[in-house]
Ligand binder design. Structure first.
Ligand SMILES: [Mg+2]
Length: 315
């Protein structure tokens, strides 16, 4: 009997990505492929890796239909920039694809691009091309999707993967977590300068940006590093008005989650406060053996999963 292919909603995003990433063609230029925040590529410039990232926003999934288009455009590029920051690198060039129902106004698209261009200028990104298309004519209702592919660069000695964490490393997060739907998911600041500073001064052993919530992203980082983790709940920096569950699970914080060796943790704290006085940095726990890990406890705490059936709307 033919076995039925499972539905995406029964698998969850991580499993779907694992299935798709398995067996993709890669050549020797690929230092890190699918599975990290960005692809890391050898491309012939001595001393640097090329970073490469794609990302998309879907109306009704990543933003509410009544969100001002300027903020949508800004978010579309800022999310990709955040992933470049998570490697310790800086963004360089982007191409943009938009799919829009024909009933949108020209002003809507112009505003979308104005938001995107604003954040591009802020971070020195050139927007060098793109593609426009429309959904099928029989598609009911008004719909929009914007996809950004972004290049970046990082010095080879400063590229930080998710996989370098070791037992005993201390776990840090920037900023405050939770409640991003109140506005931060549209107005967040990609942590490029912070990532550059960290990769220069403290060589984090592993780093990623927090897009799906600490409850989902910390286990991912630990898993890729082949270690376990201990999180001290009382230390988790909660955004104003947020309960613990919101801080762990809301997602879209776009803060940096990273690990540094135990002997550098104290010095990091002191220097961080001097350099980034308005951005909190919190030591939320440490990496440990897989046997001692809290990972099982986290299986019940779900962050944002794209393929999970959910009643949440407007994200
Ligand atoms: Mg990321």
């Amino acid at each position: 009997m033919k076995t039925r292919s499972p539905r995406l909603q029964d698998l969850g995003e991580d499993e779907v990505v694992r299935e798709l990433a398995n067996g993709l063609p890669v050549d020797r230029s690929v230092v890190a492929g699918a599975g990290d925040d960005c692809a890391v590529l050898e491309y012939g410039r001595t001393g640097y890796y090329q970073l490469f990232k794609t990302d998309c926003l879907v109306m009704g999934v990543h933003y509410a239909p009544d969100t001002p288009p300027k903020l949508v455009g800004r978010k579309a590029l800022a999310r990709a920039i955040s992933d470049i920051a998570a490697m310790g690198g800086w963004p360089t060039q982007a191409v943009v694809t938009v799919v829009l129902s024909p009933s949108f106004t020209l002003q809507y698209v112009k505003d979308l691009y104005a938001g995107l261009s604003g954040v591009a200028r802020e971070f020195g990104v050139s927007v060098v091309g793109g593609e426009t298309s429309r959904p099928a004519a029989n598609h009911s209702g008004k719909t929009a999707m914007i996809s950004v592919s972004l290049l970046g660069l990082v010095e080879k000695g400063r590229c930080i993967l998710r996989s370098g964490g070791r037992e005993g490393d201390q776990i840090f997060v920037t900023g405050l977590l939770g409640g991003s739907l109140n506005g931060k998911h549209l107005s967040f600041q990609p942590r490029v300068w912070e990532g550059r500073w960290l990769s220069d001064h403290f060589q984090p052993t592993a780093m990623m940006d927090l897009s799906d919530g600490l409850a989902q992203d910390l286990p991912r980082l630990a898993k890729q590093s082949g270690v376990g983790f201990q999180l001290v709940y009382s230390r988790v920096p909660k955004a104003m008005g947020c309960e613990m569950k919101a801080a762990l699970c809301d997602g879209e914080d776009y803060e940096l989650l990273f690990t540094v060796s135990n002997d550098r943790a104290e010095a990091l704290h002191a220097l961080w406060t001097k350099n980034f006085p308005s951005l909190p940095l919190t030591n939320v726990g440490w990496l440990c053996s897989q046997e001692e890990s809290m990972a099982a406890e986290f299986d019940e705490l779900k962050g944002w999963d794209h393929f999970e059936v959910s009643t949440t709307t407007g994200r």
